[in-house]
Design a protein. Structure first.
Length: 123
């Protein structure tokens, strides 16, 4: 997937306490639970498989900034939301997370688009 995204260094949050608080408040994820997601995915975006930066480790490497992907409840507000940890699906890069948002997690639409691409082939 051609990405024009900002690469961030591993250990990028300048304020780790704020990053931890944000994950806890928004997604009910503490640092250990976040690490389980990251490690389970092998440090890669669950969609495009690009390397995600690990905020817990400062090692001079670069990666895409991970975003927590979660199920949305119908009618859920876009801002100021809080979701339960059971709604968290995994970690995605910004492009993959935005893609799911654009199609509103519509699996049938995604399947039709995949079939469309298969029918029309690559250029």
């Amino acid at each position: 997937m051609g990405k024009i995204q900002e690469l961030v260094p591993f250990g990028w949050p300048e304020n780790m306490a704020m990053w931890q608080s944000n994950n806890c408040v928004k997604y009910s994820l503490d640092t250990k639970a976040w690490g389980v997601l990251y490690d389970r995915q092998g440090g890669k975006c669950a969609g495009c498989l690009e390397v995600l930066a690990d905020p817990r480790v400062r090692n001079g490497k670069m990666g895409l900034k991970p975003q927590v992907d979660h199920r949305h409840a119908p009618g859920e507000p876009k801002v100021g939301r809080r979701c339960e940890v059971t709604a968290v699906r995994g970690l995605l890069c910004q492009s993959c997370n935005m893609l799911l948002g654009k199609v509103q997690d519509d699996k049938a639409l995604l399947e039709r688009l995949v079939n469309y691409l298969k029918q029309h082939g690559d250029y």
